[in-house]
Structures are given as C-alpha cells and as structure tokens.
Ligand binder design. Sequence first.
Ligand SMILES: O=C(CO)[C@H](O)[C@H](O)COP(=O)(O)O
Ligand SMILES: [Co+2]
Length: 224
Amino acid sequence: MPKAIIAPSVLACDFANLQAEATRMVKNGADWLHLDVMDGHFVPNITMGAPIIKCLRPCTDAFFDCHMMVSDPAKWVDDIAKAGGNMYTFHIEATNDPISVIHQIHKAGMKAGVALKPGTPVDVALGDVAELADMILIMTVEPGFGGQKYKEECVAKALTLRQRYPHLDIEVDGGLALDTIDSSAQAGANVIVAGSSLYGAPNPHEVIATFRSKVDEAQKQWIQ
Ligand SMILES: O=C(CO)[C@H](O)[C@H](O)COP(=O)(O)O
Ligand SMILES: [Co+2]
C-alpha cells in the first residue's frame, strides 16, 4: 500500500538560511523536500528555479519534489533534471499535451507528477494521465502562496483517485496542518506537503510523526 511521505515545503523557511532550513526538516524526519518553483506568470509570484535547486543538491540526499508552477512545463524539464530534481510535477492546466510532458520527464530521468488546481475537475487526470504519471497532486489552496486556508472540498478528488488507483501516490498541498490533516488522510492522500505548519512549529518532529501515523493508519482501509 502507498506509504506516508512527508514533504516539507521550503517556501515557508528562512531563505537566507536555505541549506540549514532544508536539512533541519530532514533531521526531523521528513522524507522529501518540496521545492515550489513559480515563474510569475502561471502564478502571481516568483520563487526559485534550477540554479537554487542545483546549489541545494549537494547539501542533502533527500528526494527533491519539484512543484513546477510554470506556464511552459516542457521548457524546464532538462534544467531541473540537471540541477538534481527527482520528481517534476507540472500543472495540467498549463499544457494541452500532458502525456508528452510525462514522457519527456521520464526520459530526463525524473519521476513525473501532475498537479490540479482547486477548480480543475479530477476527470482530466483519470485514465492515461493517472496510469502514466508517478503521482497526482491535488492542490488544497490556489497555487502561488504559502500560508493560505485549506480548501477541504478539494479532497473529494483525492478520494476519487484513491478508489480507482490503490497504488498511486496522491499528494496534497496547501494549508496542511494538525487541524486539517484528517480529511486528506481519510480521502487517501499519502504524500503530505506542509510549509507553514512545519516551519512554524516548535516541534516539527512531532508534527511530522503525527502526519505519518494518521496517513499510514488511513491507508489500511484501501489495500493491505
Ligand atoms: O505550492 C504551494 C503554494 O502554491 C506550497 O507548496 C504550499 O502552499 C505549502 O505551504 P503551506 O503549507 O504554508 O500552505
Ligand atoms: Co507546492
């Protein structure tokens, strides 16, 4: 059964100390690091790109989960692969040909994720997309900024995916915290992104452990 994967979003960290902030979460039990790449066009904010990911790569062995909030997903695949990205998750709203982008990502040696904004119906990810992708990301906030309120209504999409694809990695991103994790875990999401609730916590180790136990417990209902 899909195991719990906890992926702190460094978007919420002190970027002046990115190396220490990233490795701190790994030491606190994180499985992946979630790196939010924003181009100022697909979303109204600019964050980091391949040059920063490349600098971070020698600092940790952690799996780099690159969330690409960009208007032209095909354009950055090779740069992110060379920089050391492990998962390249692009938005389905940004392309007319998600299948060819998935193939391009695989050819570059990365896992392929496909993200859905809150207003995007899950139907677009069913069938070929879910069967070829390594992960589907259900956004639980509008992409662009950390620290937003969790949109619980989005988790119905995770439930639809989990019922059809018991082995698929399903990620949720946006507003995940101790008071919101339950609905995502119960809907079958197993990859939990959290920025503010982890970087703002005095005890991130405990928060990560709680996320993990809630997800692992909930996953038992889907497959043994
Ligand atoms: O993709 C994102 C925003 O577009 C971030 O990953 C997300 O918002 C995480 O931050 P927080 O947990 O504070 O909501
Ligand atoms: Co993200």
